[in-house]
Design a protein. Structure first.
Lengths: 489, 470
């Protein structure tokens, strides 16, 4: 495994259900990252025509998320998003290598600077502060950031690395969305601070390793004398301090200068071998135990946390863009199609055209009329009122009555609010056979909202054989025709 | 992809001609392109099916049928069918005999299709136009359908119409022995109309009930996800607009005008983007028949966002933040540095924003010293954006139900958005210019998505900030 891969929690991992874009490339996390990039890109620039990708996704994967990922792969390969993602990742690696090198060299240099060139004795307390002080301060800040939360937690180095990596991304359209997608994805999973923490701790770890190396090399090839100095503190304070600080490293096998040596170092530079070795061992032990080990533990902890979190990570399907895709991948309904086809032509009723009958009487009949239509209208007494037809029996009686004495003029009143149906038209046709001349009066209430129904009635009546003049929607005209005949109205 | 462990429930959608059977199909399938809908009678002349799917499993099959047109004559014919050899037939047997004889079918081709589908179904929904009077033909129709021996559930359509004769229908139906009746307005269904429809149907179909229960649960889950997504879209809009701040390079009044117009236009476009995303989320196309019932015209809000009338209509007062100079126009604050944003916003930013917020505070401080001008969108505009979008979400979720009311009615609802202190995430956004995608840059993901998330949760879980129906 490449060392930088160890640093980047987002790298590698081909362990889990890879929805492979092309066989060897992306692990589960990278695929989700790619899907996020594709989503952000589409939000910014609109969706491409993706019918083929959608179809391919349906063929290749089961479940909504897997299909969204498969679609993202398909699109990402073609529009260069995948390339941009890889390029950005490569650049972040370069940045990381540079930072790692920088950390190592700084640590190394710091150790050399703290120890000096051997011409002057080493002030042990000062040296320890120089080696660990900044590190401890930054650790406190990191914990503080973690405790207080906020968007900026994660450590200065991690933030800095991300900042530089984002600044260098000039990879075209998709390029800007690559880091955004990563930050968004990590952020929603609550992993940002741990992920950037891993980078921060990793860099510090390397810096401290550099310092350790510098310390060991300098101590190996140069001769240093060790002293401590004070103006106001009693000598016992140093004895206690050295003893307490050395207690933990001693458990790990590092040496502690005994009380005699410590006291002696206060007044003169220790030059005898045992003293030098004890001080060197103590200094190294403190650096390892208070510097290297905590950072290593935190780094490993952050990394483990991120890895675990990353394996649990799923796309947030409640994001609007994914909801829309989900509707396409897991439709809530599906058409079966026509199971019983429409006939070529529907049977339609035909009226009997005006013909001569024996009588000169006139009759009026209402069809499925309800109350509130002003029915029956005021009519001359000689007009025969057949009443309102609704049920089968009423129809039968009315037809029998008309058959017995067919009128010369029959006016059929219909409620224009109802839909004209074949049953009503059949009845109208039947009635027309038993009258010399038959016309229809559409009663249109003033409150009728759907004027379209009147038009449908007219169309249906014309289809059945009525002339346009044989259809009234005005009461006066209809009744005048009924009472007087002719087309005077 | 589609599978069914058990046989799905087959439901025929039947009714007199022109009562809205295909509309009911469209509403239940959420497929605005299903079949053909028109005010003309006998539009549907074939039987067409659709599957209702939850988690990839087909739970229900719905069949749209042609309208019954001549039930009186058909019942007469069916009644005559036993007579020849005095053999008494029960309902289904008579229907089968009718269907078996092609001669009978001629005039009753359409009704034949309906009856055939009835016999092949587990239950039927009888769609009623509640504006129609109860006529003999409807009674005969119910008698014919009732003889098919499957549960029949009357569905009262157009109940929200003023001419609705719901009471008369209910009485007539109970006289015919149909006591389970549901109201379901296909144009403007009530919020839980669909659930009640399936629950009532579940009581009638007995063994198939678990399938219908799962359908209801699945639909409610989907609705919840959709609601979350909608709230996120609105939150994104608000954060984008709240965070936006543009610098005025040219200080003259014409330069200022241009900058204000530019900002206005960007905010308008951003709102339109959100409206379109919401329509897409709820699968509305602006040209849908149903879209007539939304408070939009051609998929856009009728009144302009920056028109003072809009503010007045919604009962939003222009904020106390001083609008510096009339040139800035309604809804836009002209600021020297960050002074007009007020101490509260600055404190809020400091409390939650970390060093980036400090940097911005510094920016503004420098701005104050150098006299650099910046434009930002006023609180009042944020309020309107929130109110309008939440109103739209409500209308979309009720499929037009709420939208029948004029927009002025909104004043009574969502009181907090109208005059309360704006939520914290918006205050934070004020000091994070980089969160806004409005000035052409790409919004930052980290803190921005946290703020969007916080705002979404607020709108989703606190009724007074949300789109809950009162």
């Amino acid at each position: 495994m490449m060392p930088d891969q160890v640093f980047f929690a987002y790298m590698s991992s081909r362990d889990q259900d890879p929805v492979s874009c092309d066989a060897d490339s992306l692990g589960a996390f990278e695929t989700r990252w790619l899907a996020e990039v594709v989503r952000l890109r589409e939000e910014a620039h609109g969706s491409p025509v993706d019918t083929a990708a959608v179809r391919a996704a349906v063929d290749r994967a089961q479940g909504v998320e897997a299909r969204i990922l498969a679609r993202a792969c398909q699109l990402g390969v073609h529009d260069g998003t995948l390339g941009a993602l890889r390029a950005w990742r490569a650049r972040t690696r370069v940045v990381m290598w540079v930072l790692l090198g920088f950390a190592l060299i700084s640590g190394f240099g710091a150790a050399l600077a703290v120890l000096g060139d051997g011409s002057r004795p080493v002030n042990v307390v000062w040296a320890l502060g120089g080696l660990l002080g900044v590190n401890l301060f930054s650790l406190v800040l990191w914990f503080g950031g973690l405790w207080l939360g906020g968007a900026d937690a994660g450590g200065v180095f991690g933030r800095g690395w991300l900042w530089i990596s984002r600044r260098i991304s000039s990879l075209g359209d998709s390029g800007v969305h690559v880091p955004r997608a990563l930050v968004g994805l990590m952020g929603r999973a609550g992993l940002t601070r741990w992920w950037l923490g891993a980078v921060t701790h990793g860099l510090w770890l390397l810096a401290l390793c550099g310092a350790l190396a510098g310390l060991l090399i300098a101590l190996s090839v140069r001769s240093y004398g060790f002293v401590w100095e004070t103006t106001i503190l009693p000598a016992d304070a140093f004895t206690t301090l050295v003893g307490r600080l050395g207690w933990l490293p001693a458990l790990a096998g590092f040496g502690i200068p005994d009380a005699e040596t410590v006291r002696a170092s206060g007044s003169a530079v220790i030059t005898h071998e045992a003293g030098r070795l004890a001080w060197s061992s103590w200094l190294t032990g403190c650096l390892v135990v208070y510097g290297v080990v905590p950072r290593a533990l935190l780094w490993a902890g952050c990394l483990t946390y991120v890895r675990l979190g990353r394996n649990r990570l799923r796309l947030d399907l409640a994001l609007p863009a994914y909801t829309a895709l989900a509707a396409r991948y897991a439709p809530t309904s599906d058409r079966i199609g026509v199971t019983d086809a429409a006939p070529g032509a529907l049977p339609s009723a035909r009226i009997r055209m005006p013909h001569r009958v024996g009588s000169h009487a006139a009759a009026i009949v209402g069809l499925e009329l309800r109350s509130g239509l002003g029915w029956p209208p005021a009519l001359a007494p000689e007009i025969e009122q057949i009443g309102v037809l609704d049920s089968r029996e009423q129809r039968r009686q009315a037809i029998a009555r008309l058959e017995a004495s067919p009128p010369a003029r029959l006016l059929i009143a219909c409620d224009a609010r109802l839909s004209p149906d074949r049953g009503s038209l059949e009845l109208i046709a039947e009635l027309s056979r038993h009258a010399g001349d038959c016309r229809v009066w559409l009663i249109v209430p003033a409150t009728l909202r759907e004027r379209a129904r009147v038009i449908h009635w007219r169309d249906a009546l014309v289809d059945a054989g009525f002339g346009a003049r044989a259809i009234f929607d005005d009461a006066t005209a209809a009744i005048t025709w009924l009472e007087c005949g002719g087309d005077a109205a | 992809m589609l599978h069914s462990r058990t046989n799905p429930v087959r439901i025929a959608v039947v009714g007199h001609t022109n009562t809205g059977k295909t509309s009911l199909m469209r509403t239940l399938t959420r497929d605005a392109g299903f079949g053909e809908v028109s005010s003309r009678p006998s539009t549907t002349r074939h039987v067409e099916g659709a599957r209702l799917i939850v988690d990839g499993e087909v739970l229900v099959e719905l069949y749209d049928t042609p309208g019954m047109e001549d039930p009186i004559a058909l019942l007469e014919m069916l009644d005559r069918m036993d007579s020849p050899d005095d053999e008494r037939l029960d309902g289904p047997a008579r229907v089968e005999r009718f269907l078996a004889n092609p001669v009978h079918r001629g005039r009753f081709e359409q009704e034949g299709k309906v009856l055939k589908q009835m016999l092949a179904s587990d239950a039927a929904l009888y769609v009623i136009d509640a504006r129609d009077p109860v006529l003999a033909k409807h009674r005969d129709e119910l008698a014919i359908l009732g003889s098919c021996a499957i549960p029949l559930l009357p569905v009262l359509n157009f109940v929200s119409s003023v001419e609705s004769g719901e009471a008369a229908w209910r009485e007539a139906l109970s006289r015919l022995g149909l006591h389970a009746v549901v109201r379901f307005d296909t144009v403007a269904p009530e919020r839980d109309g669909e659930r009640r429809l399936y629950e009532t149907l579940g009581m009638l179909v007995g063994p198939h009930r678990p399938l219908l229960d799962r359908l209801v649960a699945g639909r409610e889950r989907e609705a919840a996800v959709r609601h979350t997504a909608a709230m996120r879209l609105v939150a994104e809009l608000l954060i984008d607009v709240a965070a936006c701040r543009i610098e005025v390079v040219d200080d003259s009044s014409t330069g200022l005008d241009a900058a204000v117009n530019d900002l206005n236009e960007r905010v308008r476009q951003r709102e339109q983007h959100c409206v379109e995303a919401l329509l897409g989320l709820y699968r509305f196309r602006p040209d849908d028949v149903d879209a007539d019932h939304l408070p939009l015209i051609d998929g856009r809000w009728e009144s302009d966002l920056f028109n003072p009338e809009t503010l007045r209509d919604l009962g939003v007062k222009l904020g106390t933040g001083a609008v510096a100079g009339a040139a800035a126009g309604a809804g836009i604050d002209l600021m020297v540095g960050g002074i007009t944003l007020g101490a509260a916003a600055a404190l809020g930013a400091l409390a939650g924003g970390g060093w980036q917020a400090l940097r911005h505070f510094g920016d503004r401080f420098v701005g104050t010293l150098t006299g650099k001008h910046q434009l930002a969108v006023n609180d009042a505009i944020l309020r309107i954006l929130a109110l309008r979008q939440l109103h739209l979400v409500r209308a979309l979720e009720a499929r037009g139900h709420a939208a029948v009311e004029p927009i002025g009615k909104l004043v009574a609802e969502s009181g907090k958005w109208r005059e309360g202190t704006l939520p914290r995430p918006l205050h934070r956004a004020r000091s994070h210019r980089e969160w806004s995608g409005l000035d052409g840059s790409v919004g930052d993901e980290g803190g921005r998505s946290d703020a969007i998330e916080a705002l979404r949760q607020l709108m989703e879980h606190e009724p007074e900030w949300g789109a809950e129906q009162s």
